[in-house]
Design a protein around this ligand. Sequence first.
Ligand code: A3P
Length: 288
Amino acid sequence: SDENLPKIFEKKGTPMKRFPNLIIIGVKKGGTRALLEMIKLHPQVCSSGPEIHYFDRYYNKGIEWYRERMPLCYENELIMEKTPSYFVTSGVTEDIFQYSTERLNRTLKLLVIVRDPTRRAISDFTQTQGNEIGVFKRTFEELALKQSIDGEPYVNSQWGAIKIGVYSKHLKRWQRYFKPHEIHVVSGEHLIKQPYDEIKRVEKFLNLPSFIKREHFVYNKTKGFYCFDKQISQPNTNVNETDLRCLGSSKGRAHVFVSTKTETLLRDYFRPFNEELYQLIGRNFGWP
Ligand code: A3P
């Protein structure tokens, strides 16, 4: 299927299971699957489909177990995996740094995609607390808020879905180990609205030869999101021209209703951390 590709995209070496040198480390509900699918449009990226969870769950299985989980990849490809919990799991930063030093001679690249933390928490709740038919045992408010002695609600900063959204705190830990050319923060909102522009930034960060085109992204009115036209990457395959690849129904679903009052409490809580994040990366995401 790669016969028609320009010479610079030719694959080199023998296909074999190789250690990842590109990891999407987070964040859950930030748009990690969309990011992975978009990067995979590039012919020099080879990716595992499922999340591997080596550094946060299966570390004791050993490094060869990690390699075994990967597909067959060529020598000159970027080898990618994504496990969104890496970003927020204590100890993982140090272990990935050690892996990068010992296995990869510091050629590891990290991506983290973030999104308005209030929206992210609501998305997280919608996914983890609802059953198949959208019935919730508890409300978002019951988990996200606590009551002070005088009955005033305040944000439950101990709830996991809130903790994940304190991006600056997590990022500072990663920045102690990884240099700016090794870690890149992607805008989840931008990836939804202008996927081409956002993914071109990623392509540059990864030092990949420019390949991804505007035509790869086709807006799907029914889904309300962009879908991907793989036909452009693989001109000789028998993909039906009208058969665009969209993400599944669990991506881009309707959220539970949350009152303005609750949203405001969360937004006020996250604001200083958001400002700190903008400072750390030199980019303002303009979250309300
Ligand atoms: P919602 O379902 O809350 O809208 P993850 O893959 O990390 O779980 O992130 C899921 C989120 O990806 C979705 O959250 C959705 O907003 C976002 N997303 C970004 N681009 C998308 C796309 N092209 N199609 C579907 N969802 C997309």
